[in-house]
Write a protein that binds this ligand. Structure first.
Ligand SMILES: Nc1ncnc2c1ncn2[C@@H]1O[C@H](COP(=O)(O)OP(=O)(O)OP(=O)(O)O)[C@@H](O)[C@H]1O
Ligand SMILES: [Mg+2]
Length: 171
């Protein structure tokens, strides 16, 4: 299976709301690879995602810590931990592997990986990719492509696309 959909948000809050809609469809073990240039909105997306899972503390950029871990209150997704990583400073795939994200998500976690496109060879199997691109003519507008390969999202894809319908431009 290989699916993709193209969305548009017109504010940071709209990107947070989109992330929240996606979070509602996540299950333990999921990895989301967040791609896009500096300031594209990867951390903003993560904030909306964390808020939707019921995390009260602010989700901030993990640039210098590499991975932040947040406990998720009991909720319908069954996700127990949100892992928020930023692999911008890592230049070898082995360093990304060493973060142990694969193992951590197996213990009931979901991982959001900023600059995750670089991690695709080691984390990409079954991952959901989210690419954010800033509109050169409008600072508040992002074109966001959500894509999934493989079996992990096959059963959920149609529910996911219904949930994110309000932001779709390719419908
Ligand atoms: N539609 C939008 N979606 C997301 N962010 C937006 C949007 N419009 C404006 N913004 C602003 O753009 C900035 C995005 O910053 P953010 O830290 O989320 O980017 P990032 O991709 O994580 O950057 P970095 O590569 O430095 O980690 C924020 O200041 C946010 O308020
Ligand atoms: Mg960031």
């Amino acid at each position: 299976m290989s699916e993709r959909t193209v969305l548009v948000t017109d504010s940071a809050e709209s990107t947070r709301a989109l992330a929240a809609a996606i979070a509602a469809h996540c299950v333990p073990g999921d990895v989301l690879l967040l791609a896009g240039d500096l300031g594209a909105g990867k951390t903003t997306f993560s904030q909306g995602f964390g808020r939707a899972l019921g995390i009260d503390e602010p989700v901030t950029s993990p640039t210098f810590t590499l991975v932040r871990q947040y406990e998720v209150p009991v909720g319908p997704t069954g996700v127990r931990t949100l892992l928020h990583a930023d692999v911008y400073r890592l230049d070898r795939l082995a360093e990304i592997t060493d973060l142990g994200l694969g193992q951590l998500v197996e213990d009931g976690g979901v991982a959001l990986v900023e600059w995750g496109d670089a991690a695709e060879p080691v984390l990409g199997d079954g991952a959901l990719s989210v690419l954010l691109v800033t509109d050169p003519d409008d600072d508040d507008r992002r074109v966001i492509t959500v894509a999934a390969d493989g079996a992990a999202w096959a059963d959920r894809w149609s529910a996911l696309t219904s949930a994110i319908e309000p932001w779709r431009v390719d419908a």
